[in-house]
Design a protein around this ligand. Structure first.
Ligand code: GLU
Length: 309
C-alpha cells in the first residue's frame, strides 16, 4: 500500500505593530501555537507592518518580548510584510494579466481602511462597482480593484464548518492596491502566507469575514489554500466589546512578573481545554508542554466571552 505523507503543518501568528498585545491576540497566539505544535509542525511569526501610518514605534519589539515572556517561541526568522513588496507586485501583475483588476477613482476612506486587516468595528461598505466599466474622465487612480465572482466563495473552517460568502454583497470588488503603489491587506496576507509555506491559519473570529476574499485571491493566483480555524473572541462582561486599550496583556499582568502562567491557563480554559490543577503555579513552558501534548481543537467553544483570570 502506498502511503503519502501529509505535509508538515506550518502555522503562524501575524500581529500588527499598532499597539501592545491584548488578550484577544494572546488567544490567537496561543491557539495557533498549540494547534501547529500539536500536529508536530512549526509556528512562525510575522510582523504585519504594511500599514505604516497606524504603526507605533517600538511595538514590534514589545510584541516579541511579550510572546517570549509566555514561552511562545517562534521557529526561524521573523518575517516582515514591509520586505515582501516585490512578491506583492508579482501577484498583482498576475491578476492584472488575467484581466481581473481595474483602476478605480473612488473613495479615499474605503481605500484607507483596506490597508490593515478589517476588524468588526471598521466600516465596510460594499463597493458598488462604479468604475468597473471604466473610470470617469479626469479621475485619478486611487485604487486597483479585483472583480468578485458571481458565485459564493466557500471554505471549511476547522471549528465552524462550511462558511460561504457572496463577496458582491459583503464587500463588492475590493481594493488590492492603492493608486500610488502600496499593496493592501487582503492581497498581502495571501502572498505572505504562501511565501512562508504557511498551511494552517488560526486567528480570531474577527477576521472570518475576510477569509472568503483571501480564498478567492488564492484561487485566482493558483495558490494552495491553507486550512483555517477562527477562534472565539474575548469580550467584556455580558459580551460587551472590549476596546483595544482595556484588555492589554501588560495590564492583566500588572507590574508583577511571574503571573504569565495564570494568564496562559486562563487562555487554555477559554479555548475549552481542561488543564489539571497541578499546573496552577507552574511556569509557562510546562503549561505549553501540557497544551502541545493534549490540545483538542474539538473542545474550542462555539462562543467567546470573558477571559476569567
Ligand atoms: N495582522 C492582522 C491583525 O493584526 C492579522 C492578519 C491575519 O491573521 O491574517 O489583525
Amino acid at each position: 500500500m502506498e502511503v503519502t505523507a501529509s505535509p508538515a503543518i506550518v502555522g503562524r501568528f501575524a500581529p500588527s505593530p499598532t499597539g501592545r498585545l491584548h488578550t484577544g491576540s494572546l488567544v490567537a497566539a496561543v491557539g495557533s501555537y498549540l494547534m501547529a505544535k500539536r500536529a508536530g509542525g512549526s509556528w512562525l511569526l510575522r510582523i504585519d507592518d504594511l500599514d505604516a501610518p497606524r504603526q507605533v514605534a517600538g511595538m514590534a519589539d514589545d510584541l516579541m518580548r511579550t510572546l517570549e515572556s509566555f514561552g511562545l517561541l517562534w521557529d526561524g526568522e521573523v518575517a516582515y510584510q514591509s520586505r515582501n513588496g516585490d512578491h506583492y507586485r508579482q501577484a498583482f501583475e498576475r491578476l492584472l494579466d488575467n484581466g481581473l483588476l481595474y483602476p478605480c477613482g473612488c473613495s479615499r476612506k474605503e481605500i484607507a481602511l483596506a490597508a490593515s486587516a478589517p476588524h468588526p468595528d471598521d466600516d465596510c461598505i460594499p463597493y458598488p462597482g462604479s468604475c468597473r466599466g471604466g473610470m470617469k474622465a479626469g479621475c485619478v487612480v486611487r485604487s486597483w480593484r479585483i472583480r468578485v465572482p458571481e458565485a459564493e466563495v466557500c471554505f471549511r473552517d476547522l471549528r465552524l464548518g462550511e462558511i460561504c460568502q457572496d463577496l458582491a454583497l459583503v464587500c463588492g470588488d475590493f481594493a488590492v492596491r492603492r493608486g500610488d503603489a502600496d499593496y493592501l491587506y487582503q492581497l498581502a496576507v495571501v502572498v505572505d502566507d504562501r511565501l512562508a509555506g504557511v498551511n494552517q491559519v488560526v486567528r480570531g473570529d474577527d477576521l472570518l469575514s475576510s477569509t472568503p476574499r483571501q480564498v478567492y485571491l488564492q484561487r485566482m493566483l493558483g495558490l494552495p489554500q491553507p486550512e483555517y480555524c477562527h477562534l472565539p473572541l474575548v469580550s467584556g462582561p455580558g459580551g460587551s466589546k472590549l476596546s483595544k486599550r482595556d484588555n492589554l496583556v501588560s495590564e492583566q499582568l500588572g507590574n508583577l512578573k511571574g503571573q504569565e502562567g495564570q494568564l496562559l491557563l486562563a487562555v487554555l480554559r477559554f479555548l475549552g481545554q481542561n488543564p489539571p490543577a497541578e499546573l496552577s503555579g507552574a511556569g509557562c513552558r510546562a503549561i505549553l508542554e501540557w497544551g502541545v501534548a493534549g490540545f483538542d481543537a474539538a473542545r474550542i467553544p462555539e462562543r467567546g466571552g470573558e477571559l476569567p483570570v
